[in-house]
Design a protein around this ligand. Sequence first.
Ligand code: ARG
Ligand code: ZN
Ligand code: CA
Length: 241
Amino acid sequence: GLGTINIPVYVHVIYNSSIENISDAQINSQMNVLNADFNKSNSDQNLVPAEFAGLIANVDINFTLAGVTRKSSSKTSWGTRDDMKYASRGGVDAVTPESALNIWVCNIGGGILGYAQFPGGDPATDGVVISPQYFGTTGYVSVPFDKGRTATHEVGHYLNLRHIWGDGRCRQDDFVADTPSSDGPNYGCPAYPTVNCQSNDMTMNYMDYTNDACMQMFSEGQKARMRAIFAAGGARESFIL
Ligand code: ARG
Ligand code: ZN
Ligand code: CA
């Protein structure tokens, strides 16, 4: 097997107001959450109900902060058109996207917490974007998205995961066998069991839309799907030295 996968991370903070120029402590708090969640060391995993507890995966990926860039901008919101990823459009260019994860922290606007690019796309736009108030667990953070799970969710997409409901009705798949079928996202902090498509939803999965405090796991099937992209011929093979 591949063993522990190490991913260097570049964080690009692009701010309009000084509050958006988040602290190093806030960035480090997000790194801690990513490392906990991708190594089954999150302290809230005990909240996963017995039905799914045996499926909690140690994805075995370590994230190391490789650099932080900071840039002041006159732009107050960036939308989802990737301008923040290009110096020529007022943003910051990706750093070695073939072997590192780039995270742009800037105000997206429109109530959007974050967005990600799936593996196999243009290297110039590869990575994830997160609004500053949903990044990390300390500093400029906003309840109920103040536990760093937006980055966990977006990095899940970056590593090839779909939403657990497959972005469609019951028969639409997320291509992961051990995440039960559902017909749409769950929000807030749903009670267990939440039944859809004749099975209990895994509402506590990072790839649902529940509150940060109410998501605690990736599944074994999701782990296999994520790690497959690092194998020979996979879309992120170039991350493995
Ligand atoms: N809506 C965003 C997406 O689909 C992020 C959802 C993050 N959820 C959370 N509890 N932080 O990519
Ligand atoms: Zn998503
Ligand atoms: Ca599934």
